[in-house]
Design a protein around this ligand. Structure first.
Ligand SMILES: Nc1ncnc2c1ncn2[C@@H]1O[C@H](COP(=O)(O)OP(=O)(O)O)[C@@H](O)[C@H]1O
Ligand SMILES: [Mg+2]
Length: 275
């Protein structure tokens, strides 16, 4: 019997920006790195200035950086919501530039899940209906919708709030409904921008544990933006951005979350000292 071929590392990249991945390094294809410039009259802001990023299938990556470093801009471009000035974005091998605007909205609906800092739930719908909506938009049949909502609710421990409206929920509950909504369609990539930014520390921890659980139990691929080292310490890998550029990364490997947190703090202090 022929030996099983080991998958080339770049083939398992779910998200690829700025060159093929060899081991842990992105090499070559410098022109594919992302840039985003914003003009206001004569002045130009380099929101992104040559970023590369990969997320492997089943990986949980945190994107860290101070306010204004370009995190949200990068996430919005990956989300196909914002336009880049130059560079290439491949999601599961698909160059997003080659999709027409109609194909793009379908691609987004079928492949990406979103979690925002402000939850973005519909106030006139219950928790159940908010989650179900993402499935009915994707033409999932009625009976399947119910099963999927129940499955997500039990995973995220929100069975008790499915009949409540958002105004009857606390922030942490709203965010768990939002995560269930994002994950119900089984997206290839879950994108989250400061998902704990509006929450107290206890609710934040619950949300971050939910991400870890989705990652570990369901193999979810997650790209989460945060400026908070506590939040980032739940990821497997942290990519640091500063002034729209990559300035390093850290791997958790077999460290505990607390040890990884210390590493992240150390890296942040070092970067601050070198500014
Ligand atoms: N719509 C916009 N118009 C002008 N400047 C913007 C706009 N969006 C972002 N920027 C600028 O781009 C840079 C990166 O912003 P952003 O991606 O929001 O950073 P972060 O999410 O890391 O705080 C900042 O300097 C910000 O002021
Ligand atoms: Mg931001």
């Amino acid at each position: 019997m022929a030996p099983l071929l080991k998958e080339a590392p770049f083939l398992s990249n779910l998200l690829r920006i700025g060159g093929k991945r060899h081991g842990r390094k992105c090499v070559g294809a410098g022109g594919e790195r992302l840039a985003k410039r914003l003009w206001k009259g004569e002045s130009v802001t380099h929101a992104l200035n040559g970023v590369s990023l990969t997320v492997r299938k089943g990986e949980f990556v945190a994107l860290m950086g101070a306010s204004g470093s370009g995190k949200s801009t990068l996430l919005s471009i990956v989300a196909t919501i914002d336009k880049k000035t130059s560079g290439k974005v491949y999601i599961d091998g698909q160059n997003i530039d080659s999709l027409s605007s109609n194909d793009l909205s379908r691609f987004r609906r079928e492949n990406l899940g979103f979690v925002f800092q402000d939850y973005a739930l519909l106030d006139t719908l219950t928790g159940f209906e908010n989650i179900a909506l993402s499935l009915s938009i994707n033409n999932v049949a009625g009976e399947k919708i119910r099963n999927r909502v129940i499955d997500m609710a039990s995973l995220l421990h929100i069975e008790g709030i499915l009949t409540k409206y958002p105004y009857e929920m606390c922030g942490g509950e709203k965010q768990r409904i939002a995560i269930a909504r994002a994950m119900a369609t089984s997206p290839r990539l879950l994108l989250a921008d400061e998902p704990t930014g509006a929450l107290d520390s206890k609710s934040s921890q619950t949300i971050l544990e939910s991400f870890s659980e989705l990652h570990e139990k369901r193999g979810a691929s997650i790209l989460m933006v945060s400026h908070d080292p506590f939040a980032s310490s739940f990821a497997e890998r942290v990519v640091f951005l500063s002034d729209g550029k990559n300035v390093g990364e850290l791997l958790r490997k077999d460290k505990s979350r607390k040890e990884f947190y210390e590493d992240i703090i150390g890296q942040m202090a070092e970067k601050e000292a070198n500014r």
